[in-house]
Design a protein around this ligand. Sequence first.
Ligand SMILES: [Zn+2]
Length: 307
Amino acid sequence: MTFPLFDLHCDTAFEMEKRGEGLTENNLAVSLTHAKKISPYVQVMAFWTPQTLSDEAGWQAFLRVYHHFMDDPAVKAQRVRIGSYSASDGRPTLLFSIEDGRILAGDLSRLNALHALGVRIFTPFWAGENILGGAHDTDKGLSPFGRESLQKALALGMIPDLSHASVASAREILSLAEAAERPVIASHSNAYDLCPASRNLHREELQRIISCGGLIGLNLHKPFLSADGDATLSDLLRQIDYFLEHGAEKNLALGGDLDGSTPIPEIQTVGDYQKLWERLLHEGFPTSIVNDLFFGNASRFAESYFR
Ligand SMILES: [Zn+2]
């Protein structure tokens, strides 16, 4: 059997460059081989850079990772579609996001460069305080440069990503997006009510994401699913129940954080999402809800915003 998947976040591109691996077959969680049973398949590839690098060195590292990715034989042979979304022609589609906006290093024109390279999702933060403001583990909001960057990203048509933002930063990002009448996503975050990790979403954020027509991608990382860090597929189902009960039926998606996290034992590779698909149907979730979670919600969003 095949199943559809639109996943909003993985760190595979960074790992590919670090280990000298390719996209077709590798020792990572995301590869075209692991995705053989997935159709249609859309994967957002996040470009993350380690904070051990300076902001400027981070920009250079991003360019290295990006070009390693674009030089991949599968990409060059156009066995995948890159950078924009339209109804599937059978090939996997790979979209781009930036994780940790500090690589702008104070230069707003880099947003134009990112947009020209196909980046459509902008995640301002990762951890701590950066040039844009405060991440989830701080109580800081946006800096003046952070505000300018978000306004420019919105004007360029990029979608702000609340994952990794502090409560204060998330509020400001939502307000900027609401003023611009644009949606916001949280590409790889779960519900704080069920698992109080600072990376998870508070109810106000959830309600405002729903109001603006955004997306929430469920994260497979064990510490974001269970307070003792020992999560399983059942904890992911609790999250799905919670979001559905709170009105996110048309906003809920998947954002597994594969190749950047410690995922639940049942889903170690992108192909293992099949176990979630089968479990939801087995538990009696309506097919339309399962389809929307796996693909429908994110693909409708992509048709409007990632073309
Ligand atoms: Zn992340």
